[in-house]
Design a binder for this molecule. Sequence first.
Ligand code: F6R
Length: 260
Amino acid sequence: MAEVVIVPDQATGGDIAARRIASLVHAKPDAVLGLATGSTPLPVWSALVALRLDLARVGGFALDEYIGLPEGHPESYRAVITREVVEPLGLDPALVHVPAEGLSANALAGAGEAYEAAIRAAGGVDLQILGIGRTGHIGFNEPGSSLASLTRVKTLAQWTREDNARFFDGDVARVPQHCVTQGLGTILRAGQLVLLAWGESKAEAVAAAVEGPVTASVPASVIQLHRDVTVIVDEAAGSRLRYADYYRQAWDQRPEWDRR
Ligand code: F6R
């Protein structure tokens, strides 16, 4: 079962996730991180900046990328990762990868395999940071995604495009229809998963992912198949969790040797 941590605010949650990353990097200075974009991980990056670690040898693989944005578009996930992660954290840009980079639309067929090969060549992702969409997606694996899927092209759900319109001046028509995303099988290969969620709008998806059946209809439920998962939610995002009291108890009483 996942370890579920219910925190009073995003800053506390970001700090817990940042400390996980810090202890990983302490043990393995060339660790490889899986990088979610969107709003959710921002408190993790700011908490990590505050820890002032040397992350120059740390590698990164973005979860996903839009298809069809012009190169250098400020909302392409390459641009977002550069602005929000690589620059503030002092990562080496040469070690940070985004799927389908530099490929023309008709070369996309091989993008998934190339990305999988790059992840393998880097020794795999050690710690994957995840957000969750209202559709229950992780990465851009929308409902119906194979639980064994690898990096590939997907079509974004309308709900997801509406949610992401806020990054495109509120104009849903400007949100790309397609993306390349790590698959659920790719995500499961990471050494540990840290999924974060904030706010009431995520509560249903979080409860379904953590406590519902494992099903392609709720892609994030695949995390139940992973041995090392931490789910960090604020009170609102955790408000539909049936076993919230138990999660609080387990966190408060976690043994000294299990405090990462
Ligand atoms: C982003 C990603 C998505 C987001 C999810 C939540 O790389 O893979 O799964 O994590 O859409 O988005 P936010 O964090 O903006 O609510």
